[in-house]
Design a protein. Structure first.
Length: 248
């Protein structure tokens, strides 16, 4: 069995590296949109106002999430590359110090002194493994992972996934209200109850999806996101209902 097949069968799917963006965008889209709906319902607003505020929030927050993901990842990558540059300079200008530092780092990982020296000697032999040495130094000393050469494209892809995930999952809580508005169904209590179940199923489905992709326990994946969603949306409804009562 080759490495690729082994990873796909025994480890998480290759798509798992984007799970943070899917969950981050999806759960925020669901909860943010439904929180707006719950607050509006608690305040007694009409369906058309709920839809207007919901869609405005969906598009604005989706863009903000995607762009924020891109900017934060971009600055993080630039920071890591600047640290790599410093470590490279230190290696070129103060090589013995860096060698002793790496030996100490290996010892901190539980490797005996003589074995640590052997490992570092291999890595520093004729500068053959210089890039690997610096990569290891940045990771072990600073706890940072040096981004790949195509990191800019990867950052854009992750930001796009966050944006799309927010739009798709955030739209679902609005779908119930959109359908009832088109069908002239005006029983607000029933609509909200139906939307609660739809939203709950959406959150559970997102948890189930991430469990499949990462090959984690499915029940735990569903429960973790569901509990988070129930607490967040419950707070939104209570605040909306409470504020409406206080004002009136």
């Amino acid at each position: 069995m080759d490495i690729g097949s082994h990873l796909e069968i025994h480890h998480a799917s290759s798509k798992a590296k984007y799970i943070k963006n899917v969950i981050f965008g999806g759960i925020d889209g669901i909860i943010t949109t439904f929180s707006i709906i719950a607050a509006c319902f608690g305040s007694g607003l009409e369906i058309k106002y709920i839809l207007a505020m919901g869609f405005a929030n969906l598009l604005a927050d989706a863009f903000s999430m995607g762009f924020g993901d891109y900017i934060s990842s971009s600055f993080e990558s630039k920071y890591i590359l600047s640290e790599k540059k410093k470590e490279t300079w230190e290696y070129d200008n103060n090589r013995n110090y860096e060698i002793n530092e790496m030996i100490e780092l290996y010892q901190n990982e539980g490797i005996e002194l003589e074995d640590s020296k052997k490992l570092v000697d291999i890595l520093t032999k004729n500068n053959k493994y210089k890039n690997f040495f610096i990569k290891s130094m940045v990771n072990m000393e600073l706890g940072l992972k040096i981004p790949d050469k195509n990191y800019k494209n990867e950052i854009k892809k992750e930001a796009l996934i966050t944006f799309i995930s927010f739009i798709i999952f955030g739209f679902i809580p609005l779908l119930t209200y959109l359908i009832t508005y088109w069908s002239n169904f005006n029983n607000y209590n029933d609509i909200f109850i139906i939307d609660c179940f739809v939203t709950l199923l959406t959150i559970m489905s997102l948890g189930y999806l991430q469990a499949i992709i990462t090959k984690q326990p499915k029940l735990l994946g569903c429960l973790s996101l569901t509990i988070n969603g129930l607490i967040s949306t419950g707070i939104a409804f209570i605040l909306g209902y409470g504020i409406e009562k206080v004002i009136n």
